[in-house]
Design a protein around this ligand. Structure first.
Ligand SMILES: [Zn+2]
Length: 493
């Protein structure tokens, strides 16, 4: 077990956890948002972040502080917590971002780690190499080797109580990301940022982002706290949490405010396009869009940043509540409807349903079938796995009707889309208590047919009959040939 992180509750790949930050003497509940503080620009003061928004942790850049004579000396004298006036935990970045933007920086990992410790950082970061997407594999592998050397330096450094992060790189190569995750997990470092995903998000490549995170997660252990580095738009938090990300940092709230952009969980809006505010935060209830537009630039920026933070923190709370209630994937489905690329992200997440299934609770409140993507959820994958372990009698009727067992058969089992068949004894257990629409869709029927096929494949000696009601040919084609088919609609007619 990793001492600094304890998982309290899970749903799909998402979890509520406690990140213990010993140097700050703070326990941060995850999923958590780390607002990014630029030490030179105070859009919203760190004190206000703590008092008004409930921020337990923030992130600032030690490289910027190190490179500014005035800030550096003040940070050395007062320490970061006093410099920023923030009572929670403070994570520091190392200049890796500047390295990726400008090609070089003038500190080594040893120097910047020592500096982060000196100024009182609670979670430090070594200088890793953020490899952009789509570079040649050789370069991604070579960069990764350098990152791994830096992690070894960080392991050897005298860092005391300070936690140290171990970034996971590997560009858009899943096998490199997985290997990087495994290597990072084997170090004695503490927090695991998945790095260099910002270009993917800037290009709306949520499908590739999901693949990258899924690969990193396969390498990392289940007890590793995972930070999605640079991901600050609330629209994608639910998706990322469902993949198993625990920490997010947001510079977006301030950067977007500077450009008069208004964050929502369904995407970004230009302030000039808004006639009404779809939000009930303090900013949006006190101002109309017209009034906000009429404010002087700096006031407007500050008000917009406050709204952006409110909506961002609210989404984190909504996600935590969804994990507690066991309906995180229903929330992801809602968010996926905001943009076609988010839907691609969700569909890609479902490609990893078997991976998510491992941390998905066996029982939750209720399974709501709210889109045809629901047919691919981890609960369906698990039920299909379970079908292989059930005892099957010699002759078995599988029926979509709730009618009593037919005397011709040793037993009759219900068939419920999208899960497929199950014995009566399981009918009251999760997820078979699912709420599904009366107007079943093809994806649900096909998944149910796949369940029948799984059951038959595991029990080739059984004599199985499937009584369905007008199942389409696409679904019936998935049922093995030796299953006898009866269409109940035709029978009744
Ligand atoms: Zn608002």
């Amino acid at each position: 077990m990793r001492e600094c992180f304890e998982v309290q509750d899970t749903d799909a790949g998402g979890r509520i956890g406690d990140l213990t930050v010993p140097r700050a003497d703070v326990t941060v509940e995850t999923p958590a948002l780390l607002p990014v503080i630029n030490p030179n620009l105070d859009t919203i003061s760190p004190r206000r972040l703590a008092d008004e928004f409930g921020a337990e942790i923030l992130i600032t850049n030690s490289y910027i502080i190190h490179g500014d004579d005035n800030l550096r000396e003040r940070a050395r004298e007062q320490g970061l917590h006093e410099l920023l006036d923030f009572p929670g935990a403070i994570m520091t970045d190392s200049g890796s971002f500047q390295l990726s933007e400008y090609g070089e920086i003038d500190v080594t990992t040893e120097e910047i780690l020592a500096f982060q410790r000196e100024i009182g950082s609670d979670i430090a970061t070594p200088v890793d190499i953020p490899t952009p997407p789509d570079v040649p594999r050789d370069r991604a592998a070579a960069d990764l080797e350098t990152t791994q050397e830096r992690l070894a330096v960080a392991e050897d450094a005298d860092t005391g109580e300070m936690l140290v992060s171990a970034p996971v790189q590997g560009s858009t190569y899943p096998e490199l990301r997985e290997r990087a995750g495994r290597h990072a997990d084997e170090t004695d470092l503490d927090v695991f940022p998945v790095g260099a995903v910002v270009p993917l998000m800037n290009d709306y490549r949520y499908d590739d982002m999901v693949d990258v995170v899924a690969a990193a997660k396969r390498g990392l252990g289940g007890d590793a706290p995972v930070h999605l580095f640079g991901a600050g738009h609330p629209m994608m938090f639910a998706l990322a949490v469902a993949m198993g990300c625990d920490l997010f940092d947001s510079a977006a709230y301030a950067l977007y405010a500077r450009d008069d952009r208004y964050l929502t969980v369904r995407g970004t809006r230009a302030l000039e396009d808004l006639e009404y505010f779809p939000c009930s935060c303090a900013v949006c209830t006190a101002h109309s869009p017209d009034e906000l537009r009429a404010l002087p630039d700096d006031e407007r920026e500050s008000e917009l940043a406050a709204h952006n933070l409110h909506v961002t923190f609210a989404e984190i709370r909504r996600i935590k509540q969804a994990i507690r209630a066991g309906n995180l994937l229903e929330l992801v489905e809602q968010r996926a409807r905001a943009h076609p690329t988010m839907l691609d992200g969700y569909r890609t997440l479902l490609d990893h349903a078997a991976q998510l299934e491992r941390s998905d609770p066996v029982s939750k409140g209720a399974f709501f079938y709210t889109s045809h993507e629901s047919a691919r959820r981890p609960e369906v994958v698990r039920h299909h796995q379970r079908l292989e372990r059930l005892d099957v009698p010699d002759t078995l009727l599988l029926t979509v009707d709730r009618s009593a067992p037919d005397a011709e058969f040793d037993a009759a089992w219900r068939v419920e889309p999208p899960f497929g068949p199950f014995p009566r004894a399981l009918s009251k257990s999760y997820p078979l208590t699912a709420e599904v629409p009366d107007r079943t869709d093809r994806a649900a029927l096909e998944a149910a047919a796949d369940g029948v096929a799984r059951l038959v494949a595991a029990n080739p000696e059984a004599d199985v009959t499937l009584a369905h009601r007008e199942w389409p040919a696409d679904a019936l084609e998935r049922v093995p040939d030796d299953v006898e088919l009866v269409d109940l609609t035709a029978e009744r007619a």
